[in-house]
Ligand binder design. Structure first.
Ligand SMILES: [Zn+2]
Length: 70
């Protein structure tokens, strides 16, 4: 399970960097080729994957195992 720290991409066509900072914070690049959405809740990408440079950062959530003596 990964926590989203930064939900951001760069468009290869126009060089625009767009970041979705909140859920439903839909951002489209200057040329309109790619868009991001989802904020820190989920990763949504609109457009051709070949036009997207992924800049998102994730944090690994460590789930501690609790051992119970039975
Ligand atoms: Zn663009």
């Amino acid at each position: 399970m990964k926590k989203i720290i930064i939900n951001e991409v760069k468009c290869k066509k126009c060089g625009d960097m767009i970041e979705s900072k909140e859920v439903n914070d839909f951002k489209r690049c200057a040329c309109g080729s790619v868009a991001v959405d989802g904020g820190h809740e989920y990763i949504k990408r609109i457009g051709n994957k070949d036009d997207i440079i992924e800049l998102s950062k994730f944090e690994n959530i460590v789930i501690k195992e609790v051992k119970k003596d039975e």
